[in-house]
Design a binder for this molecule. Structure first.
Ligand code: ADP
Ligand code: MG
Length: 719
């Protein structure tokens, strides 16, 4: 590959004679980096050439795809473009206007772009700074969807790139000077580092770097370019590249870089697993007596699935290895009872079990269920919450430390340093993905090496769970307790909402209870369309059901107040509970038979499914009603199926893993190129290769790589 022309002259001054640099070289060696830019890079976490090069362009613009504005005018509005095809245009700013939208009083910036063949209006919402920063004469590259505006075609909410400033030479540069090649890579702006400056830095880095030693096993990279070649292909795509593949991040070069991340990740997972299997676990003794005792606690027969899963847990607990097990099950499949049995097994043989819940509401509720199950032995339970009275807390801590209590249930408060366990042998984590890895680690410090049972609230598609939680063994509750009826699910538009209230009325008259869920709305968020917030909903309900005993709960209540209000509903005093998603997980009120979710479009599918699981817990026929006027196609999935695994698969496809799991909190590795959903197959191959590589012993290059990636990918220690 030839060096880009702007460096051809530099070569005369000896750049080519400099020794090539390893990718680990500090980026400050680059000539184009002044102090301001160095700082910007540092702040963005970019220290080395590799880190600079691993930040790939977010988009590639194909010179051939630029549409002359004259052509757009000629062709007028094409209704086939309704599917929001993205168009790319390039031109000079001719006019900038700042106004407000009429109805919502939102800042509106209108920019007239001219490319010599014609003009096009670009419309931006809520970006008033654009009106100040854009100058007449600036050259802009814009891409976005075309729509029919009041005065002809316009591009709404386009993404723009500055290609040259008014008055500068740059503003007069022609197409040929911006496009050294057919594809123009665009980078995220980073402080004073524009896309074009970034392109230059990257070019210099690529020119001066040398290829690193291969560390991927041959079976993974046989058909892929080496690292440096891959980086070159992605930063300076040759003209014959496939533009679509580039933008979808599906080229072999992308796969190469994704493979590096995934292999490192897989190695980390396998190492951790191998390390755990070597540790000696506390053996929990079983006996006929214990079995009888556990049975005596049970209010009903276990489902076959519960029995199978509990057997897997018993095998772990008695095996002499440390249990790390993920328990997956759809909403209502009876995970709590399995958790209880596991804790009882430990507690009734002299140890302590701790159950971690993500919220106080849930912790209290688990404590309540456990009390019912334990009956006379309920004094063995200790609840530990953040906001306890000092005396109460001191007493609780003492009871935990001296072993008086065996069943310890709590929230994050369990991580505090003041908590000392007497003999912690099992930790059960409910609703796993709400806990960060750090918190889990903190608890690990407190016991010898306790067993772990992790329960996932949202069923994760099997293939993904396997790749993600590869260091955990898996159990699945694939059966609901008997007598459950499917929850009748309806989707109503705003106009049809009265039917929802009729249903609520009918159920409450029949002695049942009802949930109404409102989306949490940030009142400062003006960009959104008008939403009915929880206050508006409260007025509506009070007007529709005068004199009804209802409670309202939301995230801004003090914990005590929240618990008091929830309790009135749990006890059946309040007939209707109006809530934000604070009730999303776990709340168990079998007498509640109907839930109405307002603005259902504001929720993820898995979240809605989770909410739906709050009803249908008793033997009464139950209803789940979503009110939504948009995104109805997506929401239909819930009407069509009650299978949580299927729903989460769809949800994952629609939202991607980051949002699905709640981003960083989830403890997911931060991949730059790899995508756990798209690259599932690659990950599977990596896992197999990783197991083999560990078996054979890691090479120095592989150890180096792991060391470097450890933090970002949350890998195991390499020893
Ligand atoms: P989840 O898996 O969503 O946490 P829960 O553990 O809250 O589900 O159980 C849902 C409901 O099913 C609870 O009311 C619980 O008492 C009931 N349940 C659990 N196991 C059984 C069983 N084997 N037979 C009958 N009902 C059960
Ligand atoms: Mg639960």
């Amino acid at each position: 590959m030839n060096p880009p022309p702007e460096f051809a002259s530099d070569n005369l001054f000896g750049m080519s004679s400099l020794a090539p640099l390893p990718l680990s070289t500090q980026a400050t060696v680059l000539r184009g980096l002044g102090p301001a830019r160095s700082v910007a890079l540092q702040e963005a976490g970019i220290h080395t050439l590799r880190e600079l090069l691993m930040q790939l362009p977010y988009r590639y613009v194909d010179r051939g795809s630029i549409v002359p504005l004259g052509d757009l005018e000629m062709r007028g509005f094409d209704p086939d473009l309704e599917d929001r095809e993205i168009i790319t245009v390039l031109g000079q700013v001719h006019d900038v206007r700042q106004t407000l939208t009429r109805i919502q009083r939102m800042a509106l910036t209108e920019v007239l772009l001219n490319d010599g063949t014609g003009t096009l209006k670009l419309v931006f919402f809520n970006q008033p700074y654009l009106g100040r920063s854009l100058k007449i004469g600036d050259r802009l590259l814009a891409f976005g969807p075309l729509l029919e505006g009041r005065n002809g075609l316009e591009m709404r909410g386009p993404h723009i790139e500055q290609m040259g400033r008014a008055g500068n030479e740059g503003s007069r540069t022609g197409l040929d000077e911006i496009w050294v090649r057919r594809f123009l890579p665009l980078y995220r702006k980073m402080g004073p580092i524009s896309s074009l400056v970034r392109k230059k830095l990257v070019e210099e880095a690529l020119l001066r770097a040398h290829a690193p030693e291969e560390w991927l096993p041959p079976e993974l990279c046989r058909h892929l370019p080496d690292t440096l070649t891959a980086l070159r292909l992605l930063h300076q795509p040759p003209d014959e590249s496939d533009g679509r593949q580039l933008n979808l991040r599906e080229t072999p070069a992308h796969q190469r870089l994704a493979m590096e991340e995934l292999f490192a990740f897989a190695l980390g997972v396998e190492l951790r697993r191998a390390g755990r299997l070597k540790r000696r676990g506390l053996v929990v003794p079983t006996s006929a007596e214990l079995r009888n005792r556990l049975k005596s606690f049970l209010p009903f027969h276990l489902t076959n699935a519960q029995r199978k899963v509990f057997k897997e847990i018993v095998e772990d607990l008695t095996s002499g290895r440390v249990m790390h097990r993920l328990l997956q099950g759809d909403v209502g499949s009876g995970k709590t009872l399995v958790a209880f049995l596991s804790m009882a097994m430990v507690a009734e043989t002299g140890g302590q079990g701790a159950l971690l819940a993500p919220t106080e509401v849930l912790a209290r509720q688990h404590a309540l269920s456990f009390e019912r199950l334990l009956g006379d032995e309920a004094h063995r339970i200790q609840l530990l919450l953040g906001p306890m009275k000092a005396v109460e807390k001191r007493e609780a801590l003492a009871r935990i430390a001296n072993g008086e209590t065996r069943y310890i249930i709590g929230t994050h408060a369990l991580f505090q340093e003041t908590v000392k366990f007497n003999d912690l042998r099992l930790v059960v984590v409910d609703e796993q993905h709400r806990f960060g890895v750090k918190q889990r680690e903190a608890l690990k410090q407190k016991g010898g090496d306790p067993h772990w049972l992790v329960m996932s609230a949202t069923p994760i598609p099997r293939s993904l769970a396997l790749s993600l939680f590869g260091d955990l063994d898996q159990s699945v509750l694939d059966e609901l307790p008997p007598g459950r009826q499917p929850i009748a699910t309806r989707l109503l538009d705003m106009d049809g909402a009265e039917r929802a209230w009729d249903l609520v009325e009918k159920e409450i008259r029949a002695g049942r209870q009802a949930f109404v869920v409102s989306p949490a709305i940030d009142p400062t968020d003006e960009s959104k369309v008008r939403l009915r917030d929880i206050q508006a909903m409260e007025s509506l309900i009070r007007a529709r059901f005068p004199g009804l005993d209802m409670e309202v709960v939301h995230g801004r209540l003090k914990p005590d107040e929240m618990a008091a209000r929830m309790n009135r509903f749990v006890r059946g005093d309040a007939k209707l509970l109006l809530a934000t998603t604070v009730i999303e997980v776990g709340v168990d009120v079998p007498n509640a038979s109907v839930m109405v979710v307002d603005h259902a479009e504001r929720f993820g599918l898995s979240q809605l499914h989770q909410l739906r699981g709050r009803v249908g817990r008793g033997t009464h026929r139950s209803y789940f009603v979503m009110i939504a006027s948009v995104e109805t196609e997506r929401l239909k999935v819930l009407v069509e199926t009650q299978d949580g695994f299927m729903i989460s698969q769809r949800d994952l496809e629609i939202r991607g893993p980051g949002e699905f799991f709640g981003t960083r909190q989830a403890g997911l590795p931060q991949f730059q190129v790899a995508d756990l959903v798209r690259d599932r197959k690659l990950l599977q191959a990596c896992r197999e290769a990783a197991a083999k590589a560990i078996e054979a012993g890691l090479s120095d290059a592989q150890k180096d790589w792991l060391q470097r990636e450890q933090e970002r990918l949350r890998l195991a220690e390499v020893s």
